[in-house]
Design a protein around this ligand. Sequence first.
Ligand code: NAP
Length: 343
Amino acid sequence: MASNLDEKYMRMCFALAKKGRGKVSPNPMVGCIVLDKSGNVVSKGYHKKYGENHAERDALLKLQNNEAEGGTLYVNLEPCSHYGKTPPCVDLIIERKLARIVIGMKDVNPKVCGIQKLEALGIKVDYALEPESRFLNRVFIKNMTFKMPYVVLKTASTMDGKIATSTGSSKWITSSESRAEVYRMRKEFDCIMTSSNTVIADNPTMEHRFKCILDKDLRTDKYSKIYSQGEIYVASSKNTPLKDGRLDIETVLKELYSRGIYTVFVECGGTLAGSMLKDGLIDEVYHFMAPKLLNDNTGLSCFNGARVENISGASGLEIYEVKRIGSDLLIKSLVRNQRNSLG
Ligand SMILES: NC(=O)c1ccc[n+]([C@@H]2O[C@H](COP(=O)([O-])OP(=O)(O)OC[C@H]3O[C@@H](n4cnc5c(N)ncnc54)[C@H](OP(=O)(O)O)[C@@H]3O)[C@@H](O)[C@H]2O)c1
């Protein structure tokens, strides 16, 4: 059972782990706290960069003597037990004679069986803040379990859920502050994904180092602004199988993963958003909502998937952040689907 103290130290691990955000991918973000046998914090560490020491090794190697003997080690992910870019962390934990380990979550990497090894030697293993640990490393969990990128869909609408009028007029629904926030957000992802329709309707640049355009029949003009910079992967019927007459986006996502794309930011209209939502391909939605009501049902909707008869057929979201940006609201939600079950 996790005590309040265990939770306090696990939260400290999360804070340390987050220092590695953006630098450790495709590895997880991990932080570690070491207490001596009297309960004093004697060391801290975190995974700083892909290929560098894991959090436990970073913390334990800072100790000169045997300060950790009989103590407790907190780490938000099960310690590794295999040789990767660094030696197994469990071996160092055993060597330093820790008496108890508190972990946030089991590693989803099947090569890791650190808990088993520790317990076999009589080292006590407890858990603390498991759901929060899984939330912190949700990208890693999705990547490792499904060999697919983590997908966030951004949409910007009026308060009645419209992204454009029936004539396609959409500039601008949200405030300049929200649009600046989108420019900033894009940098957090490995790839931006968009559609032929959005490129044709808006001619956006979507500045980014890697962009994926879904364009089954190669309808987009190669002189459109989107082609003016960055590496571009065009998914078309020439390189992607079709599903129900449309590009099979799951195959596209797996192809992107094989090219080292671990996170995808989707910017599109209601057709693609609706189809991806229906197929369980969206892990999160970032919804910018402007204080406007279009008051016209012929306007385009953010999500335009299949006809749903019963309200129980609505997709469930779990809001985890709400922020005011300029005059708008930004609502960040998790989409619960079979590919990102967060436990
Ligand atoms: N407010 C916002 O956040 C926002 C963001 C972007 C765009 N928009 C607006 O959205 C409007 C365009 O919306 P839209 O609904 O016409 O287009 P969309 O949702 O952006 O794209 C739909 C197109 O995506 C392609 N696609 C490829 N695979 C697909 C699949 N499996 N399922 C569904 N579509 C697939 C298809 O074109 P192919 O057959 O050519 O492959 C399809 O016609 C524009 O007016 C634009 O201004 C708004």
